[in-house]
Design a protein around this ligand. Structure first.
Ligand SMILES: O=C(O)C(=O)C[C@]1(C(=O)O)C=C[C@@H](O)C=C1
Length: 409
């Protein structure tokens, strides 16, 4: 995550918490450090009450070591599993998940294949980045109301936990109405082989949180907050709140959810502090297997493609124009287009007889369009897109989030 991206938390001392903030980084007494964790809204709070989070109440140190365990176990468990074909164990040191290997036998599709049940029991385990109280945890609860939410210290770990059967799904923020795309997750979608099986949109209502009593000590500074705070970006909002509480930082506030205030014993100094009351984050749900696309409800499909730097017909803006027209001619609406630098093929050298050579950046393009892969028009559009591109991957075809929009009041 990057500073000021929707995935960052802010420290207002003007500084918000960093991923591993150091208590020694205290600000001068004249400044207020606000370790910020964001938001609270009743809809999300309600969603949260329906599912079980993991690790609430543990200290940040415990949580960090638990996440470290998760990250390292991912590797060792993979080795064990390769050797025995059974039993991946333990997330956060105190949960065990017995996994049953998938049989490689063909089977008839049933309605259940549209949303496969977990193989290990009835509770769906959903990985998210952050700690309890994070918006991603709320998104997991909205997407899967009775799930068990599993905190992960990095997005990468959330991906791996699904790949290694520690979790059944991952829920990842991909874009925010104010901050734009969360590029890290677009890159990870490409590097991993998980499938998008759904999307969920969440109102994000940030709160300014501090320890009880901090308000009385910082009133003047708070009044001038807009000009007098140091901002510090962190990896997740709830982690910032937890850090303020765990380190008893009276000169620090956090931007986070109201749920984070409850979980970590902080006071809400101010609610709804996001720049726009309709602040909204879109999350995608990932699974090991794709769902079967349907036509009886609105579907969205996400793809990523690259032009071909070595081929004039498949390069540069021409390819983008042709791809867009493949959708436009079929009346397929695009809801999103994003370009990312092409890591494997970063530049294209172009010869110009008069000017010499020039280097152009090469890009990967991510597109979301409003159609199901079960529709012939979508299949035809992609067949055409394939002709113009050197690389094309369908990231997922999944039901659109059609829940009515309830802006925070
Ligand atoms: O920090 C959190 O609470 C998160 O869930 C992460 C995240 C993000 O990365 O975009 C999710 C939603 C909000 O927009 C802010 C932060």
């Amino acid at each position: 995550m990057q500073a000021l991206s929707p995935s960052s938390s802010i420290a207002l001392k003007s500084a918000l918490p960093t991923r591993s903030p150091t208590p020694t980084n205290r600000v001068p007494p004249s400044q207020l450090v606000i370790q910020c964790a964001y938001r609270s809204d009743s809809a999300n709070a309600a969603a949260n009450s329906n599912f079980r989070g993991v690790g609430v109440g543990s200290t940040r140190a415990d949580w960090q070591s638990a996440c470290a365990i998760l990250a390292s176990k991912v590797v060792s468990q993979q080795k064990n599993d390769d050797a025995t074909g059974t039993n991946i164990k333990a997330v956060n040191g105190h949960k065990t998940l017995d996994l049953v290997p998938i049989e490689n036998l063909p089977k008839a599709l049933t309605i259940a294949d549209l949303s496969p049940a977990p193989m290990h029991g009835s509770t769906l385990r959903v990985a998210y980045q952050g700690v309890p109280g994070a918006y991603s945890e709320a998104a997991a609860g909205k997407a899967y109301p009775n799930c068990e939410a599993i905190p992960c210290d990095q997005f990468e770990v959330a991906f791996q936990s699904v790949e290694l059967w520690i979790a059944d799904r991952a829920v990842l923020p991909v874009e925010n109405s104010l901050g734009g795309s969360i590029h890290r997750n677009y890159d990870l979608l490409l590097r991993h082989r998980l499938h998008i099986v759904g999307e969920v949109q969440l109102s994000v209502n940030h709160c300014l949180l501090a320890l009880p009593g901090a308000l009385a000590q910082c009133e003047l500074t708070l009044t001038k907050l807009g000009y007098n705070v140091t901002r510090e970006a962190v990896d997740d909002t709830a982690g910032a709140a937890e850090f303020v509480a765990a380190n008893n930082l009276l000169d620090t506030a956090a931007i986070a959810s109201s749920r984070a205030a409850d979980l970590y014993g902080l006071q809400i100094l101010s609610e709804g502090i996001q720049d726009d009351s309709s602040n909204m984050t879109r999350f995608v749900m990932l699974a090991r297997d794709p769902i079967v696309p349907r036509t009886d409800r609105p579907f969205k499909t996400s793809i990523v493609f690259a032009g071909d730097g070595g081929n004039e017909d498949r390069a540069g803006t021409a390819v983008l124009f042709k791809v867009l027209s493949a959708f436009a001619f079929r009346n397929i609406s695009l809801t999103k287009i994003e370009s990312r630098p092409h890591r494997n093929q970063p530049v294209r050298v172009v010869d110009d007889v008069d000017v010499g050579t020039a280097k152009h950046f090469e890009y990967l393009f991510y597109i979301d369009f409003e159609a199901s892969m079960a529709e012939v028009r979508a299949q035809n559009a992609l067949a055409e897109v394939q002709e113009f591109t050197s690389f094309l991957r369908v990231l997922g075809s999944y039901p659109m989030d059609m829940t009515p929009w309830c802006p925070v009041t």
